[in-house]
Design a protein around this ligand. Structure first.
Ligand code: DGL
Length: 273
């Protein structure tokens, strides 16, 4: 038995797609979610800068006495997962591997599309993972810099988002992919827009469920679960504006969101110093 909370982080509200699955799979666990909204978007940044942000947040969450950390951000996973696992004393779970695995299983024509941030595409991590699972599968990657800012805007489901999705999807449709990895935790938040553009014949893959399952298995194997009879709680921290986070978080998570606490970027930087 271990009553410590689980730590989850993302650059913004994208990680709520993962948080939701964790709350449903492990309703007895406590969770702290940190959104680094002050430094969003991560996607256009160099990988070593994202690695530094992830190290700061990982260290900060460790100091909050979490028992496990979920990197609910593909960009941070692509940039920093091994480094976080090496430097932190608690288990660290990322979001790339389950998606690559699910995509290789789902594709019939062995042509897989990837929609992700520039950082994730540039890291080449999905290419390596897909190749390790099926060297004969082809991965067509498209960086989508406009989507994260649109999803975090006042109008995530508007015409501008639909137009951007249509533009990015065209390259994957031309390549004849039958499976598309939503390689950014923000993208499942606009799944209806994506599914309408791709149609029913294309399978959209994202890893929130598998990630939650991996969290559950890790807690069980390491015997660090909380009491199963209890009801867990969850709380939110943001480096951005708490009111904006609460409003967006409520819209996307569709669960009660209480007080959102603000944590300064300087506090995160100090945690890693
Ligand atoms: N949710 C992050 C990801 O999965 C978004 C990155 C960003 O802030 O650009 O990559």
């Amino acid at each position: 038995m271990d009553a410590r909370p689980i730590g989850v982080f993302d650059s913004g509200v994208g990680g709520l797609t993962v948080l939701h699955e964790i709350l449903v799979t492990l309703p007895h666990e406590d969770v702290i979610y940190l959104g680094d909204n002050a430094r969003l978007p991560y996607g256009p940044r160099p990988l070593d800068e994202i690695r530094r942000f992830a190290a700061e947040i990982g260290r900060y969450l460790e100091r909050q006495d979490v028992k496990l950390i979920v990197v609910a951000c593909n960009s941070a996973t692509a940039a920093a997962l091994p480094e976080l696992q090496l430097s932190l004393s608690v288990p660290v779970i990322g979001v790339l591997r389950p998606e690559a695995h699910a995509a290789v299983l789902a594709t019939r024509n062995r042509r897989i599309g990837l929609l992700a941030t520039q950082a994730t595409v540039a890291s080449g991590r999905y290419d390596a993972l897909v190749e390790s699972l099926d060297a004969g599968a082809e991965l067509v990657a498209v960086a989508c810099p406009r989507l994260v800012p649109l999803i975090e805007s006042d109008d995530p489901f508007g015409e501008e988002t639909a137009a951007a999705v249509r533009e990015y999807a065209a390259q994957l449709k031309d390549a004849g992919v039958d499976t598309v990895i939503l390689g950014c935790t923000h993208f499942p938040l606009i799944r209806p827009v994506l599914q309408r553009v791709f149609g029913r014949d294309v399978t959209l893959v994202f890893s929130a469920e598998e990630t939650a399952r991996e969290v559950a298995e890790t807690l069980a194997r390491k015997r660090i679960e909380n009491e199963v009879e209890r009801e867990g709680s969850y709380r939110f921290l943001t480096t951005g504006d708490p009111d904006t986070f609460r409003e967006m978080g409520y819209r996307f998570l569709q669960l009660p969101i209480g007080e959102v606490e603000q944590v300064d970027v300087a506090t995160l930087e100090k945690a890693a110093a």
